[in-house]
Write a protein that binds this ligand. Sequence first.
Ligand code: COS
Length: 379
Amino acid sequence: MITLLPQCSAQEASYLQQAETLCREALEPFLLEDEQKEYFRRSVFDSFKQVGLTALLIPKVWGGLEQSPTLYYRLLTLLARYSASFSITVGVHQMIQAAILQFGSDSQKQMFLKPLATGNALGAFSLSESGSGSDASALKTTATLTPEGYRLNGTKLWCSNGSDADLFLVMARTGEAGPKGISAFIVLKNTPGFSIGKKEKKLGLKTSSLTELIFDQCLIPTTQLLGREGEGFKVALSQLDAGRIGIAATALGLAQEALERVWSAGCKEQFAFPVGLRSEWAAHYASLQAAYSLLLVAARERELGNPITTIASQCKLVISDLAMRMTSDAVETAGYAGIQPSFGLERLMRDAKALQIVEGTNQIQKLVLSRELEKQVQV
Ligand code: COS
């Protein structure tokens, strides 16, 4: 396996070793079949939950392993080498836990964070709507306060983990137009008036579901408002910041896998691997190390509790673009083998393309970074 520096500690290595064994036993044998059927194998998630790997970052008191963001992002990189879809499922699940940990009351943590941390419930995140993907603060789903609770009405789109989740973090409008009129709600799967709509077909990340959520006079108790009324946009975007580092970690796994597969298959002469191409892949090796270093800086900033909006956007942009280049080069380097699903390279490329889009397109990351530059460099 390619070594990227710095290497992890012995304790981190033992968690990663455990995860790798589960990936080999529970995930790898079914990859092709599940990909073709676009099927999420819950038993894989269950095997990770049994050893606590679905709640690495959560304090022990709430059922987690209380480990560092660095280890968490390394885990996502490792998972992505087997399945970027599974890495996304674990990443989204973690986002919901982090939101409840940061914004929830103790009773919300007891009721909702614990089942997520133990893996007995799977989480999903829902911000986007048909008219508000990138322009997230324009969302139209309403949550109207009544004496019984909040009545939710509207349709959300592109909810990751939608078909499979038990608990949803849903952003809806409780007030004025724009970001300040949005609130965050915890919604349980079987709530009357709430249903899962169409499951989308997509280019990549095929075993992680993406669905509509439909709310029709759905009553949510006021105890399931997360944070204060009007704080929902902040709840969503702060979790997206951490999530974007997770996308970068996932992309890094795809890039690393592409390099290893091309190099070893080329050397075993499974396809022609001219010397000229070797130097191109050697250059990718250097880029991979640079990307890993950037990821570790972002993880460290999160660990220190520093603002991460900028570093998260930098990470997501640079590393998912690198993954796209490397996986696309891998397909081309392998020739006809590259475009055969059984060879495994074309899936990496399709997943890398999806990573340039999810959790804020890379064009949105450029917007975030140009706003930051405007703040920092006064003309
Ligand atoms: N963390 C916490 N709060 C944030 C934030 C962040 N990363 N980014 C913005 N906010 C806050 C701002 O501080 C502001 O509040 P105050 O006025 O109190 O300071 C408020 O949110 C509105 O910010 P802003 O004016 O920048 O919002 P915009 O509507 O211009 O939106 C972008 C900014 C485009 C960056 C945002 O809509 C975005 O990230 N879109 C992509 C959405 C996305 O990633 N979707 C993926 C799918 S999730 S299903």
